[in-house]
Ligand binder design. Structure first.
Ligand code: SF4
Length: 399
């Protein structure tokens, strides 16, 4: 729902010319793009911006093993099937031996990333989570992640990337030594989504203020950071633009946002939002294109598994990354949507004129800036032997 007082003073073509020339467009201009029905020229401009950027013919992915450390969570989002209660037979609280077995399997399949995922602070809600952590000698999930990250790194060489939700500065400091990057979706900067009958009403950690604080703190700590938006959960087009500007402005301040994920919500059976409509392909393509025009040369990712058969279209709108793809584990957050094989992703990428390359769970711009404090001394030794002159995974290691 756009504000009525935003009167267009420039044409869509003028706004797009600014974007293609690498100049920033304003928030009001971005609203204009969303309002416009000239989708084809907007998408074409976004593609031009993407193709003029570095690594112009390369689309990346991260070869990962998904470690579902615990799917207990203190929050309840209306669209989530990931969260389980302790009595659910699908509840997980992995022990170090199970994590290491998964990481070893990932190593066998030439993965470079160990994605460690948990729900939000399960120990705040469940005695079972507190008992699990106590058995392991910890009082918080983050303490355990710090321990297990060190083990995964030292025993397998896989590079840990943790997504445990909204973390404090102190918690992220604990992880920086052994995590090559961290992740947390902003999802949306709109507090409206936390109101009664909205998807985040029972999810205090999804309060945008909390999430923005985490993004800012990660910037102060110089942690390469993955974030993004969840699209189609009740936000207005104007709020999508506002969310993109939040991310852009934080990155301008700290320079640590390594990628922006644009994830389309898909309704799931058994959730409160099972009958909600997902966003349509054309609208999604337009959002991606406008994001590219706003974010310019920032990395933009769309996960291919949530869009089976049609994900190649996103390359036309300006993305440059497919995110983590696992040859060994499923996407535990979206188990209904299996990843396409890496060969399928490669073929689709080639059909659009690009080449697929594996990246590390830290992007080249940070790999090349190790001396600027983005990579801990502990991690350096693990990264240095596995990247090439592009900052991507050396091809002989995965072929
Ligand atoms: S915070 Fe994450 S894991 Fe928890 S209910 Fe929400 S989406 Fe699910």
């Amino acid at each position: 729902m756009f504000s009525d007082n935003l009167v267009s003073t420039v044409s869509i073509q003028e706004i797009l010319s600014k974007g293609v020339e690498g100049r920033s467009i304003s928030r009001a201009e971005a609203y204009e793009l969303m309002r416009s029905d000239e989708d084809n020229i907007i998408i074409s401009a976004a593609r031009n911006i993407r193709n003029n950027n570095r690594l112009s013919d390369i689309i990346t992915y991260s070869r990962k093993v998904f470690v579902d450390l615990t799917n207990l969570c203190r929050d309840s989002c209306s669209y989530c099937t990931y969260k389980k209660d302790p009595y659910d037979k699908a509840a997980k609280m992995l022990m170090p031996s199970q994590v290491l077995a998964l990481a070893e399997l990932g190593k066998k399949f030439k993965c470079t990333e160990a994605l460690l995922v948990t729900g939000e602070r399960p120990e705040h809600k469940y005695v079972e989570a507190r008992d699990w952590l106590k058995t392991l000698g910890h009082t918080s999930t983050i303490e355990y992640i710090a321990e297990i990250s060190e083990k995964v790194l030292s025993k397998t060489g896989l590079l840990p990337h943790t997504n445990a939700g909204s973390l404090t500065k102190k918690e992220m400091s604990l992880l920086k030594d052994t995590n090559v990057s961290l992740g947390m979706m902003l999802e949306s900067s709109s507090p409206r989504l936390g109101l009664k009958n909205m998807p985040h009403h029972y999810a205090p950690s999804k309060n945008p203020k909390t999430r923005i604080r985490t993004l800012e703190d990660a910037g102060q700590l110089k942690i390469p950071f993955t974030t993004g938006l969840l699209l189609g959960i009740g936000e207005y087009a104007e709020e999508i633009i506002d969310s993109l500007f939040v991310i852009k402005e934080i990155n301008e301040k700290y320079g640590h946002i390594q990628e922006v994920i644009l994830q389309n919500f898909m309704p799931k059976a058994g959730t409160e939002m099972e009958n909600a409509n997902p966003i349509g392909l054309n609208y999604f393509l337009k959002i991606i294109a406008v994001a590219r025009i706003i974010l310019q040369d920032m990395n933009i990712q769309v996960p291919p598994n949530l869009n089976p058969g049609i994900f190649g279209n996103f390359l036309d709108a300006g993305i440059n990354d497919w995110g983590g793809i696992s040859p060994v584990t499923i996407d535990y957050v979206n188990p209904e949507f299996p990843w396409p094989t890496i060969d399928t992703v490669r073929t689709t990428t080639r059909s659009k004129g690009y080449n697929l390359r594996a990246r590390l769970p830290i992007y080249p711009e940070f790999v090349f800036n190790m001396d600027s404090g983005y990579v801990s001394e502990t991690i350096r030794g693990y990264i240095e032997p596995i990247y090439d002159s592009s900052g991507l995974v050396r091809e002989e290691l995965i072929n």
